[in-house]
Design a protein around this ligand. Structure first.
Ligand SMILES: [Zn+2]
Ligand SMILES: [Zn+2]
Length: 333
């Protein structure tokens, strides 16, 4: 098969590689669509500490079951599916205690296991989920990032309604915007620098768009947001959230922050305002819910998937510095 193989940072080759044959518990999926996300850009730039070269990137993928191992029970050749990229071992202490996102032997498709920037992936049956007929392969490809957002809500008792601030207008920020609108949040302020992305924030109903953290800190939402969602990955911006959040408010730290980076906050505010800061790591048992959220059209996948690439053009995105897109998708159809 043809695949983009990342050999070292910045060095990706589109070449022929062997297709993995499924073992007894695995299925081979013919990839139909694969999203490209910030993690892929980080990996390409050599800024992802879990990457094992050479690797085929791509962890947001959908396709059709092409082959099944002999112990595979619930999937058949021809089934339309999405793949949860996080393959857990099932026997470490964290897996046994139900904390599967902290599996000590985690293999991640497209990080340290061959991913969706190629024509086929071969993975255990347990990470493959059927998709309903009313969802296209391209729409289904974003189930994985959405499943991580579902986990954020499952991690705490966030209530419907209230006021919210979303920091960042990338795919994650704009997806939170649509979900929080659906939950009745008002007003929702969003901060983003990129004018192209800000226009989409407007389309998705943001009540106020501010193009930097300083104007946000001067606005009337300071100390008033019952929920603050930080998606920029900038620790300094995260540190400001304790000033934005209301008394007894909640903060989602929903980004990958540079390892070792510290932040300074006024500690007394955590106590006095009864602030909860919630970290969210991966997507334990939330893929099916994400698939339903896409099917319900709560999330406008078609508008966010605004750049379609042919399989041999996937590398183009890594040289594109414009960021004038939300979610590029490699389409194999
Ligand atoms: Zn991703
Ligand atoms: Zn485990």
């Amino acid at each position: 098969m043809k695949a983009h193989v990342l050999k070292s940072s910045g060095n990706m080759k589109y070449e022929n590689v062997d297709i993995m044959e499924p073992n007894a518990n695995q299925v081979q999926v013919q990839v139909k669509a694969c999203g490209i996300c910030g993690t892929d850009l980080h990996a390409y730039a050599g800024k992802h500490d879990a990457i094992k070269y050479p690797v085929i990137l791509g962890h947001e993928l959908s396709g059709v079951v092409n082959k099944t191992g002999k112990y595979v029970k619930n999937l058949n050749i021809g089934d339309r599916v999405v793949v949860d990229p996080n393959i857990t071992c099932g026997y470490c202490d964290n897996c046994k205690n139900g904390k599967v996102n902290f599996c000590e032997n985690m293999k991640s498709v497209g990080i340290n296991y061959p991913g969706g920037f190629g024509e086929f992936v071969t993975v255990p049956e347990k990470v493959v989920y059927k998709i309903p007929d009313n969802i296209t392969f391209k729409q289904a490809a974003i189930a994985e990032p959405i499943s991580c957002i579902v986990h954020a809500f499952e991690n705490t008792d966030v209530k419907n309604g209230g006021s919210a601030v979303i920091l960042g207008t990338g795919f994650i920020g704009l997806t939170f915007l649509q979900i929080l609108k659906g939950m009745g949040y008002y007003p929702i302020y969003i901060m983003g620098r990129n004018l192209f992305r800000n226009r989409l924030a407007e389309k998705f109903g943001a009540d106020k768009i501010l193009d930097n953290i300083y104007s946000l800190m001067k606005s009337d939402i300071v100390n008033r947001a019952s929920l603050v969602v930080e998606t920029t990955g900038n620790a300094e911006i995260l540190s400001k959230t304790v000033d934005i959040v209301s008394d007894s408010g909640k903060i989602f730290a929903f980004a990958v922050y540079p390892p070792e980076e510290q932040m300074k906050i006024e500690a007394n505010k955590i106590y006095k305002k009864e602030i909860t800061i919630i970290g969210d790591f991966l997507n334990p048992n939330t893929m099916e819910k994400a698939i339903h959220m896409i099917g319900s059209r709560l999330i406008d996948a078609d508008t966010m998937e605004d750049m379609e690439l042919k399989p041999d053009q996937a590398n183009k995105i890594f040289e594109n510095k414009s960021k004038n897109y939300i979610k590029p998708i490699i389409s194999f159809e």
